[in-house]
Ligand binder design. Sequence first.
Ligand SMILES: Cc1cc2nc3c(=O)[nH]c(=O)nc-3n(C[C@H](O)[C@H](O)[C@H](O)COP(=O)(O)O)c2cc1C
Length: 169
Amino acid sequence: MAKAFVTYFSVYGTARKLAEEIAKQTQADIMEIEPVVPYDSNRDNYDALARYAKKEHDEDMRPAIKNKIPVEDYDIIFIGYPMWWYTFPMIIYTLFDEHDFSGKTIIPFNTHMGSRDGGTYATIKKLAPKAKVLEGLPIEMSDAESGASGAVKKWLEKLAVMAYDISKL
Ligand SMILES: Cc1cc2nc3c(=O)[nH]c(=O)nc-3n(C[C@H](O)[C@H](O)[C@H](O)COP(=O)(O)O)c2cc1C
């Protein structure tokens, strides 16, 4: 049976909550994408983070990843992130630069405050043209705080990737 893997980037912890819920429901392994240079997770400093993230985006930067994300060891990979400036954080580009997703199944998910997936699922298809990209799950930040277990369950059932059913992929 194929073992699934959940990897995610999160600064304020909501994408992490969602990732943990997905890993729990699918019995997948899970690993956070850790930046070499940490982002400020103090929500009081949101404006500074917003400015910094905008600079990373405008300058097409590739923030370095500190840990080794074992993409190569899995066939089914959930990838999660928050929406930042209408797209995903630039560190997600780093992940795609560093790994070959050919032949793998990617299942994206994200947290947001109104932009939903902002076209990022289509971007993933472009970045990993030889991967199968399944329907993603965008969850509003306040709903993700609790893990959004009901929405996750419904989505996974639709994808038929619940642990007992993962062989269908
Ligand atoms: C730098 C920055 C930019 C953001 N840009 C957007 C955006 O364009 N659209 C949106 O819906 N939410 C945006 N948000 C809100 C985040 O998507 C939301 O706070 C997210 O749930 C945070 O995820 P995390 O708790 O895992 O870090 C932004 C947040 C930050 C910090």
